[in-house]
Design a protein around this ligand. Structure first.
Ligand code: SF4
Ligand code: SF4
Length: 160
């Protein structure tokens, strides 16, 4: 049992390094949970806590493949911009996914677009992910996404 725990702690340190950090870097985390309060996954009514993910890695606890952040993190960096220490949580999630051998359909589509056009091409990403989104029930979140996308689009200012 002790050996398993030690292996897990070592594995977690590798994941932390893969994300470009050292274990002690996470000791500055204040536990303020600002990251959780702004997390996009929480906008979709899924209860997630990025801070919990960091502390599990720090403490050498196992993180399962079905952890909601591992499954659904959108790499939006809202958590990073709100964090007082600017901890790059999506990079930690990506390192975890790589370690667990998981690659979401979105990541595959993003990589595909980059390899073809050298940039992200949204219609391609959408088309490549459509079956996955339908199967996993993501379509119910479409109104929320559209609301979010329209918020970021340039808006015309009315001339007087
Ligand atoms: S990057 Fe991931 S963890 Fe951070 S706010 Fe976005 S969805 Fe949440
Ligand atoms: S916002 Fe930053 S400091 Fe606060 S809990 Fe999240 S990772 Fe830790």
């Amino acid at each position: 049992m002790q050996k398993i725990e030690k292996n897990c702690a070592l594995q977690n340190e590798k994941i932390i390094e893969l994300a470009g950090y050292k274990k002690e870097d996470f000791s500055v985390c204040l536990g303020c949970k600002i990251c959780a309060s702004v997390c996009t996954v929480n906008d979709l009514s899924i209860n997630t806590n990025p801070q919990e993910l960091l502390s599990s890695l720090f403490l050498g606890n196992t993180i399962e493949k079905d952890n909601p952040l591992v499954r659904y993190c959108t790499n939006c960096y809202r958590c990073t911009s709100a964090c007082p220490w600017k901890i790059r949580i999506p990079e930690v999630v990506r390192a975890l996914r790589e370690d667990l051998g998981i690659e979401s359909q979105f990541e595959k589509a993003f990589k595909g677009a980059i390899s073809i056009w050298g940039r992200v091409y949204e219609p391609y990403v959408f088309l490549m992910s459509a079956t996955f989104m339908l199967k996993e029930g993501y379509m119910q979140y479409m109104p929320k996404w559209l609301e979010y996308i329209s918020f970021h689009l340039p808006h015309k200012t009315k001339r007087r």
